[in-house]
Design a protein around this ligand. Structure first.
Ligand code: SF4
Length: 231
């Protein structure tokens, strides 16, 4: 059975570096990040957006217009038949990107040979993961990250700056860990509270990371590519 599709972004220039791409949002995510920007995609039993066959027809009509397809979510690594769907897309001639939070080491190993680029979420220090990100497993996330680094696949590690999940000092410590592991490209992403979120942090707490120029300059020095994404 192919992946269950929760949504499609037919055209993007920002989700797959250097490629004109479409994004397929997989339905279902085992994690419950407090800042989740796609809560409607968390439920594995939610309503599929379109059947897989329709998506393949869409790809067929875009062969000359798109370079790549990004599998995002939800969480693509939570889809049991991710490999088959990636292979179909790859065999149609598209580059394949993956956005993941690293929830399944074996599935990542399986799909690794098909991937051209990965955007990998590291949400907080590994020692705080399980307390701050419900249903997460820190060891699995770290193993997935190590596997990607070893594979030398093109990748970006990114952290969404939710002050409930990571502080400025923890962010510095996390940057140390990532550089020691060999991460070259690191992106900070502004957290935007979802309209359905109850009691999100204040906007001054959210934006404080971005006015801390000493922090940003310190992080910038540690990575070959350092990206700041404001909402
Ligand atoms: S990993 Fe992504 S989709 Fe899953 S709960 Fe966290 S933010 Fe939402």
């Amino acid at each position: 059975m192919p992946v269950i599709i929760g949504g499609v972004e037919p055209f993007t220039t920002v989700d797959f570096p250097g490629r004109l791409a479409a994004v397929l949002f997989c339905l279902g995510c085992p994690l419950r990040c407090p800042y989740c920007h796609n809560p409607e995609l968390q439920d594995f039993k939610g309503k599929p957006f379109i059947p897989w066959e329709r998506f393949v027809e869409f790809l067929d009509s875009r062969k000359k217009l798109l370079d790549g397809i990004v599998f995002s979510g939800g969480e693509p690594l939570a889809q049991p038949d991710l490999y088959e769907s990636l292979k179909t897309v790859k065999d149609m001639g598209f580059s394949v990107g993956l956005h993941t939070s690293g929830v399944n080491v074996e599935r990542l190993k399986q799909v690794l040979p098909l991937l051209d680029w990965v955007g990998f979420d590291v949400k907080t220090l590994f020692e705080h993961y399980e307390r701050r990100i419900p249903h997460s497993h820190a060891e699995t996330v770290e193993k997935c990250l190590d596997l990607l680094i070893e594979s030398k696949i093109e990748m970006e590690v990114r952290t969404t700056l939710d002050p409930r999940i990571i502080s400025a000092s923890e962010l510095r410590h996390l940057a140390d860990i990532l550089t020691q592991k060999g991460v070259k490209t690191y992106a900070l992403q502004e957290y935007r509270p979802h309209p359905s979120e109850q009691n999100p942090p204040s906007s001054s707490e959210i934006t404080a990371f971005f006015s801390d120029l000493a922090l940003l300059s310190d992080l910038k020095k540690r990575f070959t590519h350092f990206i700041v994404r404001r909402a």
